[in-house]
Design a protein around this ligand. Structure first.
Ligand code: SF4
Ligand code: SF4
Length: 705
């Protein structure tokens, strides 16, 4: 048995050395970029939250299980890795004990002979085999050769994925060979429970040599697999728990990440600010958390399959955005790790690689990829290993906008309007209160302070104040609050854009300016509670202003209205006999998890029959306006709003409802086109949920948007 132990230990030392070398390389590469101290600080200060995340996401596989059957298959394979760790403890124990005593009858102390452990090991090994079979079927059914761009595996490294499946299969069959042989030689730790190993034993001859070969094969396969894992996408076995640990809570959605230079939040008033370090222009500007994202991507393509840009034939795939950066990082890594002296002697090809821009026509990421993103969050929501695509996109946009001044020219008009007039349309701030004159009751305008008896500041938003279709929502909400006797006031001309379009474009400086101005106004007025109709304003006020010291209790109008209906302060009575399909706005749903309240309101309106679209709630499909896309031309592929309306039309609705002024505009535009082409009925309209509610309460026709 001594020769077996020597071979086993030599193989182990060699494999561990190779794996350690790779891990050291990955570590050195990851820390080449700026630090991300906030990630460590958060994890350190929120141990309970992080433990829960590990239990739910890593051990519970919550996100993966949303995708049955691949989720169930992965659940078994993942747990097989954990439980079968005990089989490897037994294997190494047998190796060493066999060398010392000549008899490899090792068992784990205390629990090592319990039939339940033997059963569990065999059961999970078989379940793992079933998981592998399921993966094989899924991969064949979703083959890019068959489905082309429609396959979520399109662009993934397919050969590597098959190799990993084969290696896991090798781990399992060698496990049964080693265990079955040990049963026959009497060295097996379990007298009962290990039902499959006992069954395999019946097929094998009783042979010490077979037991030794089985043991070495089982260990050898694992060691080869270990080296493959640290050199492949399967690295996620080790990095996924770390990526979950250091991801932004609650889920990388909601607030945009603060902009930092060398780990410190950027202060735009700092005279020593190094303007060239804003955002990410080169791969080495990526923080270690960004590199951890690269290392963790499993190439599963769930993000790609949900992306509205990818699904409308644009070049952006969130998966490829991560993989292209990762591949580039690996390509330049040896040169990034060179000393200055070594670089001075490097050839032109090396220098060209090092100088390759992260974004550009000849760069790692094409500008069309970067600017196609609507920040809808579908990728982040679906990613089973908590990769934060939007953080990557915004960091690259920040560099393009603030350092290179290189962004779609149409968006420049919006930027100028925000700078000069405080709203994207460039209209006079005095027009912000015009909608009030169209109401037959009084609305309190804040002069300096919130009036004593008011509960809410009604944040109207630029669209709600200035855009004709959105103004209908504003008036409906004001009227509903008035009917429910909720005391509110508005800022009127004192309100400016929250800065959302600037921030999502990458113009962090302008966002900062607008946000500071608004926070000053709100704080001076003594505002505590805010109700907003625009999900983008809602998200910015609730989740982003606290980054700059503005903390308020913020609700979306659908949340407040649902509560008022629930309390009986708003009573919808007039039936609306219509079939209605609801479109989830991304910044209300995915970014802030408000799915129930708009639906609750509609459910309370008599006569309304709701019909969900195929893609709804957390898998809802964007309207195309987020991420400052509202202010850019959509020249590539099918229009996203057209795709969404096409989907809505499959439910044959009388009305499409939503809860966002931008969705109203985007869907409304597409519906008008569909009416002109005869694809939609003339009576089809898109309305805000609040408009349905007021119609039912007042019994008056709803003002179509
Ligand atoms: S945020 Fe939306 S549009 Fe942007 S990459 Fe992710 S899924 Fe695609
Ligand atoms: S980013 Fe996440 S969802 Fe997308 S392919 Fe990688 S692991 Fe899958």
């Amino acid at each position: 048995m001594l020769w077996v132990a020597i071979i086993g230990l030599v193989m182990t030392v060699a494999a561990l050395a190779l794996a350690a070398r790779r891990v050291l390389f990955l570590y050195k590469l990851a820390v080449i970029g700026p630090p991300a101290p906030e990630r460590i600080e958060y994890a350190r200060n929120n141990v309970g939250v992080e433990v829960k995340a590990q239990l739910v996401e890593v051990f519970g596989q919550k996100k993966l299980l949303k995708w049955t059957p691949s989720g169930v298959a992965h659940f078994f394979v993942m747990w097989a890795f954990l439980i079968l760790g005990t089989v490897y403890v037994e294997a190494y124990g047998a190796l060493i004990q066999g060398a010392i005593t000549g008899t490899p009858d090792f068992h784990i102390p205390i629990v090592g002979t319990w039939p339940v452990l033997g059963f569990l090991q065999d059961f999970i090994a078989l379940a793992c085999l079933l998981g592998l079979a399921a993966f094989t079927v899924i991969r064949i059914k979703n083959s890019p050769k068959k489905l082309g761009r429609g396959s979520r595996f399109s662009g993934s490294h397919l050969g590597g994925a098959w190799l990993v499946l084969i290696m896991i299969f090798n781990v399992i069959w060698t496990l049964f060979l080693a265990r079955g042989a040990a049963v026959n030689t009497g060295n097996f730790p379990y007298e009962s429970g290990a039902f499959a190993s006992e069954a395999v034993a019946k097929l094998l001859p009783a042979s010490t040599l077979l037991e030794e070969i089985g043991l070495l094969l089982h260990i050898g396969v694992m060691l080869v697999f270990l080296v493959i894992v640290v050199n492949s996408k399967h690295l996620h076995i080790f990095t996924a728990p770390l990526n979950v640990l250091f991801s932004r809570r609650p889920d990388g959605l909601g607030a945009a990440q603060e902009m930092r230079i060398d780990g410190k939040v950027v202060d735009f008033e700092d005279e020593d600010l190094d303007g060239d370090k804003l955002g990410r222009g080169k791969i080495e500007d990526t923080t270690w958390k960004g590199f951890l994202d690269f290392y963790t991507c499993t190439e599963c393509g769930r993000c790609q399959s949900q992306c509205p840009a990818w699904n409308t034939d644009k070049p952006l795939s969130p998966k490829m955005l991560i993989l292209d950066q990762r591949d580039h990082a690996f390509a330049v890594a040896p040169y990034l790790m060179m000393s200055e002296e070594q670089r001075a002697h490097a050839g032109q090809d090396v220098l060209a690689l090092l100088e390759k821009p992260l974004v550009g026509e000849e760069g790692v990421i094409h500008p069309d990829v970067l600017w196609s993103c609507t920040n809808c969050g579908a990728c982040v929501e679906q990613c089973p290993v908590d990769i934060e695509h939007i953080d990557h996109i915004l960091d690259m946009r920040r560099y393009q906008v603030m350092v290179e001044s290189n962004f779609p020219s149409e968006a420049g008009v919006m930027v100028k309007n925000l700078e000069n007039k405080g709203n994207p349309w460039g209209m006079s701030e005095m027009k912000r209160a015009d909608w009030i004159e169209e109401l037959d009751f009084e609305v309190q305008l804040i002069d300096e302070k919130m009036p004593e008896d008011t509960e809410y500041l009604f944040w109207v938003g630029c669209a709600g104040a200035l855009e004709d279709r959105a103004k209908k929502t504003t008036k409906a909400v004001a009227e509903l609050l008035h009917i429910a006797d909720v005391k509110f006031a508005v800022l009127g001309p004192m309100e400016a854009c929250t800065g959302d379009p600037a921030r999502r474009l990458g113009m962090e400086f302008l966002f900062n300016m607008l946000a500071q101005q608004n926070i000053e106004t709100l704080n001076e007025a003594g505002v505590k509670k805010i109700v907003a109709t625009c999900p983008h304003c809602f998200n910015t006020l609730a989740n982003e202003y606290p980054q700059l010291g503005g903390t308020y209790e913020v609700v979306h109008h659908t949340q407040l209205l649902a509560k008022l209906v629930d309390e009986g302060r708003l009573v919808p009575v007039t039936p609306i006999e219509e079939k209605i399909t609801y479109h989830d706005p991304c910044f209300l749903g995915r970014h802030n998890k408000v799915y129930a309240q708009p639906r609750d309101i509609m459910a309370k309106v008599p006569g309304v029959k709701t019909q969900e679209m195929h893609r709804h709630k957390d898998r809802g499909f964007c309207c195309g306006a987020g991420g400052a896309r509202m202010w850019m031309e959509e020249r590539l592929g099918k229009r996203i709003n057209t795709e969404r309306v096409d989907e809505a039309l499959t439910t044959d609705p009388d009305t499409i409802s939503t809860a966002c002024p931008f969705c109203l505009v985007m869907l409304g535009d597409s519906i008008n086109e569909k009416k002109n082409s005869g694809e939609a009925k003339e009576t089809l309209e898109v309305v805000d949920v609040s408009q349905l509610l007021i119609k039912s309460i007042k019994g008056e026709p709803v003002e179509a948007s």
